[in-house]
Write a protein that binds this ligand. Structure first.
Ligand code: ATP
Ligand code: PRP
Length: 212
């Protein structure tokens, strides 16, 4: 293993909300990922770099050791199928809720309820824990359209302000999970590079509890 520490993170909300925390532990990227086309960003610390990847790819990079550390939403981690990844710290950023939602004025459901979602594993686990049979329809975005167009009865998606649901005539039905960004760590790296990783995690934990 090299001495470089690589932190995998996605652009947008996750990066924007987590960067102030990383800055407080002394890690500042040399470029803004929203402006740069680079996928690997150097930081002010010569041995720390950031990998800018899709949110759903962060656990894969960390599990396989291509990055020692990662920042990922709990939704992505719950959906991810793989070996366990250490998840030592809740950053408390990019907060929202995973919800079951449906039309404000629903049509009667005569058969198994149809649920449109990009979170098929979370949905499957949620309904099997309740012992309820549903048909899951995989979508890649704009889930809110499902019930509106009669493609599905319900959706499982993230809700923050509730504005997206409201704008499409939907309401929340059931709360599935609270979501926030988590720091994740490759298992081998946690052992082999603990002298470098542990102080960062401890400092981050301090910063998170001070900010909360
Ligand atoms: P990908 O590019 O891999 O498809 P995405 O388009 O879902 O990912 P974002 O919309 O930036 O990427 O969401 C990234 C993460 O931010 C989600 O995994 C979730 O943890 C969090 N998130 C998503 N929507 C919201 C929201 N409305 N409010 C707060 N956090 C959110
Ligand atoms: C997320 C989520 C909802 C919306 C909820 O979408 O998929 O559509 O946020 O937020 P709200 O309750 O505050 O309206 P996002 O904005 O990330 O768009 P995308 O996932 O479709 O790219």
């Amino acid at each position: 293993m090299s001495d470089i520490l690589t932190i995998a993170v996605s652009k947008g909300r996750i990066f924007e909300d987590a960067m102030p925390l990383l800055k407080q532990v002394g890690i500042v990227p040399n470029e803004d990922p929203e402006k740069s086309r680079k996928l690997v960003l150097e930081t002010n610390q010569p041995d720390v770099r950031l990998l800018i990847i899709r949110a759903t790819d962060v656990p894969t990079y960390v599990e396989r050791g291509a990055a020692e550390l990662g920042i990922a939403g709990k939704d992505v981690l719950m959906e991810y199928i793989g070996d366990d990844i250490y998840e030592p710290l809740d950053l408390g950023t990019a907060k929202c809720r995973m919800m079951l939602a449906g039309l404000k004025k629903p049509k009667p459901i005569t058969d198994r309820p149809r649920v449109a979602t990009k979170y098929t594993n979370i949905t499957k686990n949620y309904f099997s824990a309740k012992g309820q049979q549903v048909e899951i329809i995989k979508l890649y975005g704009s889930m809110e359209l499902g019930p509106v167009l009669g493609l599905s009865d319900w959706i499982v998606d993230l809700v923050d302000t509730g504005n997206t649901l409201k704008a499409n005539g939907l309401i929340t039905l059931e709360h599935i999970a609270d979501i926030s960004s988590r720091m994740i760590v490759n298992k081998a790296a946690m052992k082999m590079k603990s002298a470098r990783i542990k102080p960062i995690l401890e400092h981050l934990e301090e910063v998170v509890s001070r900010n909360s």
